[in-house]
Design a binder for this molecule. Structure first.
Ligand code: NAD
Length: 360
């Protein structure tokens, strides 16, 4: 594997390998871009099939974080850590304190947090060895309700763009996944929001029996649909809150909704699917813009956490999406490409701003 070639492709700044024989800690941190600030991104623990797979994953995810932070208007760069191992066997205090020491060695260029297979409990061990960790218990808390709230605001922006009316009232939704974020998002759509707006009808799909039971018990009016039938429902908004790559060559012709907007990451299998949605008249809310609520929330930990301020900033997802939809319109490009351009423009402008020396 030619690592430098990969780093050159998207201008990666740094790729750091670390290892500890005692705990079998094996990890890679990638810092993609720090123009806007320190690189922030969670630590993912996964039993990768190969070192190449781990590198591919960490560089892809780190770059995604750069775009996400840039679009969210945060002074953060993009980074990520992957740990190679079996989450069921490898976790221990010394394992995560070891990770903390490597994070500290980067001297603030990279800030970590929880991600797939790492928890606030694990991050508490990391915090024993480094100042550069967020998402700790007792601070910004569980990011999922805030991510869901950001997506709720994003859905309102998409409704505004499509129908010149942002209200949830009278609208219909198909939610894929009622896990952490989907569950809270359904709650907002059911009227538990400051606008007191309530959806006309919500359908949901799930593969986890206990989540299906929970929904049936708590909100029997939310109708279960089998996973393969969800794409073709005639609703106003399809809300992806489960897997990535759900807009693909197989599903793209199934959608009968005018809007796709939800919390899931990597919704499009390929960037080109964004253009295909555009051609079909479906408005797509770019994933890393609409699901940035959790990141915005955790960012506020860096400056002394204040929930009210964090939520106000999460609500700006509404304005940001409208801006991106308008850029897409004016340039006649897909919304996912418009989001990339929005992020790249901000990075370029701030980089240029820093050209002249100012003493502070
Ligand atoms: P989660 O695992 O709690 O929920 C996802 C749910 O989708 C699960 O309950 C799972 O059973 C269900 N699911 C999986 N495959 C399915 C299928 N084929 N059909 C129907 N349901 C299916 O995860 P989450 O935290 O809610 O995250 C959901 C998505 O949002 C992911 O893509 C995640 O990367 C993204 N995201 C989450 C956050 C956050 O704060 N949690 C932040 C940003 C992005």
């Amino acid at each position: 594997m030619n690592i430098f070639k990969k780093m050159e492709e998207f201008n990666y700044e740094q790729l750091v390998y670390f290892y500890d024989s005692e705990t079998e800690l094996k990890g890679i941190t990638c810092i993609h871009n720090t123009t806007l600030g320190p690189a922030l991104g969670g630590t993912r623990l996964w039993n990768y099939n190969s070192e190449e797979d781990a590198v591919e994953d960490v560089i892809r995810l780190a770059r995604g974080m750069t775009y996400k932070a840039a679009c969210a208007g945060l002074n953060l760069g993009g980074g990520k850590t992957v740990l190679i191992g079996d989450a069921k066997k490898i976790k221990s205090e010394s394992y995560f304190r070891g990770l903390g020491r490597y994070v500290q060695s980067l001297n603030g260029r990279y800030i970590t947090a929880e991600d797939v297979n790492t928890s606030t409990k694990d991050m508490a061990y990391v915090a024993m060895e480094t100042d550069y960790v967020v998402g700790l218990g007792g601070k910004s808390g569980n990011p999922s309700p805030v991510t869901a709230y950001g997506a709720f605001m994003g859905i309102k922006a998409a409704l505004m763009k499509k129908f010149e009316d942002s209200s949830i009232e009278g609208r219909t939704f198909a939610v894929q996944g009622a896990g952490q974020t989907g569950y809270y998002l359904i709650d907002y759509l059911l009227g538990n929001n400051k606008f007191k707006e309530k959806a006309k009808k919500i359908y949901f799909t799930e593969i986890n029996e206990s989540y299906i039971e929970r929904m049936n018990k708590e909100h029997p009016e939310v109708e279960f649909i089998s996973p393969d039938k969800i794409y073709s429902l005639e609703v106003d908004v399809f809300v992806p809150c489960a897997l990535g790559k759900i807009v693909n060559d197989k599903t793209i012709d199934e959608f009968k909704c005018p809007i796709i907007a939800g919390t899931a990451n990597n919704v499009l299998e390929r960037e080109a699917h964004g253009n295909m949605l555009k051609e079909r008249g479906i408005l797509y809310a770019p994933d890393y813009v609409i699901n940035a609520g959790g990141l915005i929330n955790v960012y506020h930990e860096l400056n002394g956490y204040n929930k009210e301020n964090a939520i106000l900033e999460v609500e700006l997802i509404y304005d940001r999406l409208l801006e991106i939809f308008n850029i897409a319109d004016s340039l006649n490009i897909s919304t996912n490409i418009a989001a990339n351009e929005f992020a790249e423009k901000r990075i370029k402008q701030i980089k240029s701003l820093k050209n002249n020396f100012i003493k502070r």
